[in-house]
Write a protein that binds this ligand. Structure first.
Ligand code: KIV
Length: 272
């Protein structure tokens, strides 16, 4: 049972206040009710229903195929679980790039149908910032996302470190300031040099949430399945395995398989 009551629910205002108080902010992904309940009960501040669900849940190579309908379906379960954490839903590829009007329509649909508290949008180009400004005016809280933006993988040609050179670093800093001015309540900084993440964090009023961006950001985010060690074979430098659940799951499933095959499960005590 959750230790949190309705009054302890996170809000975007509280997330902003945490930066002002110098309190670190935690965010983890979840894509379903059961794991989101555990993440929420453990006290994480924000749950991101990331479009990484395209990889983790659906087995796609990229985040690009996941749709608005699929994101809404997953987010509904997470929202039902979250008693404390702020739930942020990723706007998937194609849901905000066509036009400002289309982006606003999709974001409002995601908020209304999933019940999430905020959306996350990748990029800092002028048309993306214009859509974000419009969304915030319409009452939709937005989390920005700069650096490695996986929806642009085909443009980048891979998932390497971003903003290594001065020109890209300056552009990222500029984009972060635009997102901050537009009213983003937070900005995810993915896979950029730690020193640049520190500069951005000191230059914007909203909290920065890092993944592969060093320790100076206001908070950290990881993909839950990665940090639990469920996703074997994925171990970039920035990722820490806080558990090794792939082994636990395989051992448990193996034990079940053996028990059924040798007729030791179910036992008399486990039968009616
Ligand atoms: O989709 C996702 O999980 C993300 C995080 C990696 C920040 O965007």
């Amino acid at each position: 049972m959750s230790v949190h009551t309705q009054s302890t629910r996170m809000t975007t205002a509280k997330i902003r206040q945490m930066k002002a108080n110098g309190e670190k902010i935690t965010m983890l992904t979840s894509y379903d009710f059961t794991l989101a309940s555990l993440v929420d009960e453990a006290g994480v501040d924000m749950i991101l229903v990331g479009d990484s669900a395209s990889n983790v849940v659906c087995g796609n190579q990229y985040t690009l195929p996941i749709t608005v309908d699929e994101m809404i379906f997953l987010t509904k379960g997470v929202v039902r679980a979250a008693q404390h954490a702020l739930v942020v839903c990723d706007m998937p590829f194609g849901s905000y790039q066509i036009s400002e009007e289309d982006g606003v329509r999709n974001a409002i649909r995601i908020m209304k149908e999933s019940g999430c508290d905020a959306v996350k949008i990748e990029g800092g180009e002028s048309d993306v910032v214009a859509t974000i400004r419009h969304l915030i005016q319409a009452g939709v809280p937005v989390c920005g996302h700069l650096g490695l933006t996986p929806q642009s993988v085909n443009q980048f040609g891979g998932y390497g470190l971003r903003a290594k050179d001065e020109a890209e670093a300056e552009k990222l800093l500029h984009d972060a300031k635009l997102l901050d001015e537009a009213g983003c309540f937070a900005i995810v900084l993915e896979k950029i040099p730690a020193e640049l993440a520190k500069r951005v964090t000191e230059s914007v009023s909203c909290p920065t949430i890092g993944i592969g961006a060093g320790s100076a950001t206001d908070g950290q985010v990881l993909v839950l399945h990665d940090m639990l060690g469920l996703n074997q074979g994925f171990k970039p430098k920035f990722l820490r395995h806080f558990a090794h659940l792939a082994d636990e799951v395989k051992n448990a499933v193996g034990a079940y398989n053996t028990a059924v095959k040798e007729s030791s499960f179910p036992s008399v005590e486990e039968s009616y």
